[in-house]
Design a binder for this molecule. Structure first.
Ligand code: CA
Ligand code: CA
Ligand code: CA
Ligand code: CA
Length: 450
């Protein structure tokens, strides 16, 4: 029993123990033919590379992605070194070294044989005591950024990125949404060199970039850049940081997670903790605004939305058709003018983050009353005049009636059906004939009256 346990422990051991990092008191140095393999000064010098960790959170202690990085300015004059096309071999190339002051060359990283290192690529290097120098064409003026993975005193990799100008620093500015897609805003300290690309590296759900990350290349001009991520799932948190690399997107996509951070020139990872945003879902949306209106009038509906990310895309229905309101802000008026009585309800609420909300409720009935024409009854006889009208959907206005047959609205004895009064010269019953039905008055004129 004991033996079996012991055996299991032996197999597990190599996977549990991380390689010891390179001792920071004996940091990695870049030496080569252009600087005569000089190892002094030891500190505060471009040949002594700085230690960094890209996107390393407390959740991610076994990152193993510590890196030694330095940028060498190659110029005919005024740079760190002058241009040199190094073939490699004994005394004709360059090395990465680490060791105590008494033996700076104690640990050397180079190719196992003579070879030419590739720019903008990840080069495998071997840790050894002896061996030949690596070749590298540094014949073109510009900036050569060397990043070596700290694999401890073991075989490792070095990325060499070339930029015509000094590598730009990169800063995260903020995050918004466009058509539901997350957009990351980025600024650079200067216009990047040709081939100096800007990226966002992200992972949904877990703030640990040792596995499962994705990349988006930013677009822009000058110092202003944006990276648009694909639509993300609801109720997840997306973690990300921004960086620059002379490696192209296809190259980075094909790289291991470890090499994605190795190929980084400059980065902004919020001091290791990464940036994040959440794809929050609206938790409630309540429609209200029931009313009674006249035909042709409008009334306001509103939707009170809780949670999610504004502005929203709101879809509602009147029971037969659906309507879409873009860029809706909670509780703002939606004017509707239904032709007939309708009941409105929510179909969907989608946040600016593309996430469809839940908890949609509420109905609003808009009762539509037809408009009716009423006629003025100024003389109060109950009959109205065609000449003066008013529309209403809520009953007769004061002084108005439905009837329109008063032929004289200034006289309350004149109206349809009134008795025709003879010989007054008026059409009392509004039948269009004055004094009709009266016996004609016959006057006889006597001859002596002529
Ligand atoms: Ca009247
Ligand atoms: Ca009248
Ligand atoms: Ca009459
Ligand atoms: Ca009359």
């Amino acid at each position: 029993m004991k033996k079996i346990l012991l055996l299991g422990g032996m197999f597990l051991l190599p996977y549990l123990i991380q390689a010891q990092n390179i001792f920071s008191g004996e940091p990695v140095q870049w030496v080569g033919r252009p600087n005569g393999y000089s190892t002094t000064p030891y500190n505060s010098d471009y040949r002594t590379t700085g230690y960094r960790k890209v996107s390393t959170t407390t959740n991610n202690p076994l990152d193993g992605r510590g890196q030694w990085a330095t940028t060498i300015n190659v110029q005919s004059s005024g740079g760190n070194i002058t241009p040199d096309n190094m073939p490699g071999g004994g005394g004709a190339g360059w090395l990465l070294i680490s060791g105590p002051s008494s033996n700076r060359f104690q640990n050397k990283w180079n190719f196992s044989g003579v070879g030419q290192a590739a720019l903008n690529a990840i080069n495998n290097i071997t840790r050894q005591g002896g061996g030949q120098d690596m070749g590298l064409n540094m014949g073109t003026a510009g900036y050569y950024t060397f990043v070596m993975r700290d694999a401890g005193y073991n075989n490792s990799e070095v990325y060499i990125g070339y930029t015509a100008s000094e590598p730009v620093t990169v800063s995260h500015l903020g995050q918004t949404f466009s058509n539901g897609q997350p957009v990351i805003s980025i600024s650079t300290s200067n216009t990047p060199s040709a081939g100096e690309n800007i990226y966002v590296r992200y992972r949904a759900g877990t703030n640990d970039f040792t596995t499962g990350t994705s990349l988006v290349q930013a677009t822009g001009v000058g110092t202003s850049w944006t990276a648009t991520l694909p639509l993300q799932n609801c109720n997840t948190t997306v973690y990300y940081y921004v960086f620059t690399s002379t490696r192209n997107l296809a190259g980075l996509n094909g790289d291991t997670e470890q090499n994605r951070s190795l190929a980084t020139l400059r980065y902004d990872d919020r001091f290791g903790s990464n940036y994040s945003f959440s794809i929050a879902q609206s938790s409630a949306a309540v429609l209200s605004g029931g009313a009674t209106i006249c035909s042709g009038d409008s009334s306001a509906l509103q939707v009170n939305i809780t949670g999610g990310v504004a502005p929203y895309t709101l879809v509602y229905t009147n029971g037969t058709s659906t309507f879409t309101v873009n860029n809706y802000v909670s509780n703002t008026a939606i004017n509707v003018s239904p032709a007939s009585t309708s009941t409105f309800s929510i179909v969907s609420v989608t946040g600016a983050n593309g996430c469809a909300g839940i908890g949609n409720s509420g109905t609003a009935m808009i009762t539509v009353n037809e408009n009716i024409t009423y006629y003025a009854d100024n003389d109060g006889d109950g009959f109205g005049s065609l000449a003066v009208t008013q529309e209403s959907c809520t009953g007769a206005p004061e002084g108005f009636v439905l009837d329109s047959s008063d032929c004289d609205d200034t006289n309350n004895t004149i109206f349809p059906g009134a008795a025709e009064i003879c010989y007054d010269g008026l059409d009392n019953d509004c039948d269009g004939i004055i004094d009709n039905g009266c016996t004609p008055i016959v006057s006889v004129v006597l001859p002596n009256q002529c």
